[in-house]
Ligand binder design. Structure first.
Ligand code: BEZ
Length: 218
């Protein structure tokens, strides 16, 4: 069965390029991104892992730990890292799980049912500090992911976890946010004494709050 939003991210212990990792312990009270890629020494994956390594300060700034997975061996991960560095200018600086028995890939539903060689698809799980799944993405092997979009979604997740707001289409940090429908106008007036902009009664925009994640730009 596939994992649904709100499910507990299944705990596991795994061998990684950074040693043995107990996933929940390693996350601590931070946010996490667990992602899979189909195979080492493949072109799209090479571009993805270099890009992720370069974005490390952005994940760090948001208090997010990143961990990758493929069904290849630790030796293959280490050897491939040299290529990634040579090609993209950055080597993976996050742990890469060697899931050679596909244990974790099976646990998280990352295996491609259409693939003959049971490679993983391009899965992403964003996990909150409560260890619950907050967002999932599944891309086919042939489509590289957009990690800027992942960061944007994490900004929204972290903001909406703290405030009773939602973020509109294509929202970027610093832009207006939406008061969630569950908050009555009376309650909203207490929280936003300066009022809001409402093109319809149920679409209530308020400015991003100073000091909140809504003011972060990247
Ligand atoms: C790639 O990373 O380039 C890739 C991997 C598996 C299938 C297709 C592309």
């Amino acid at each position: 069965m596939s994992l649904k939003l709100g499910d507990l991210a299944p705990p596991f212990t795994a061998e990684t390029t950074h040693g043995t990792v107990d996933f929940h312990q390693w996350l601590g009270d931070r946010w996490g991104v667990l992602f899979s890629h189909p195979k080492d020494f493949t072109p799209v994956c090479t571009t993805e892992l270099g890009a992720l390594a370069m974005l490390a300060p952005e994940f760090e700034r948001r208090g997010v730990r990143v961990i990758g997975l493929s069904v290849d061996s630790l030796d293959a991960h280490r050897e491939w890292s040299k290529d990634i560095l040579a090609v993209t200018g950055a080597a993976p600086n996050f742990p890469m799980i060697a899931d050679h028995d596909r244990r974790i890939a099976t646990l998280y539903g990352m295996l491609d049912p259409q693939a003959a060689d049971t490679a993983t698809v391009r899965s992403v799980f964003v996990i909150g500090p409560d260890k619950r799944v907050k967002l999932t993405l599944t891309y086919p092997a042939s489509t590289g992911r957009n990690f800027d979009e992942l960061l944007r979604a994490i900004d929204s997740l972290q903001l909406t976890a703290r405030h009773q707001v939602a973020t509109p289409v294509n929202w970027r940090p610093g832009e207006d946010v939406i008061i969630v429908p569950g908050v009555s106008d009376a309650a909203a007036r207490e929280r936003y004494p300066d009022g809001w902009r409402a093109p319809t009664p149920y679409l209530r925009y308020v400015p991003a709050e100073p000091g909140s994640a809504t003011h972060r730009r990247h």
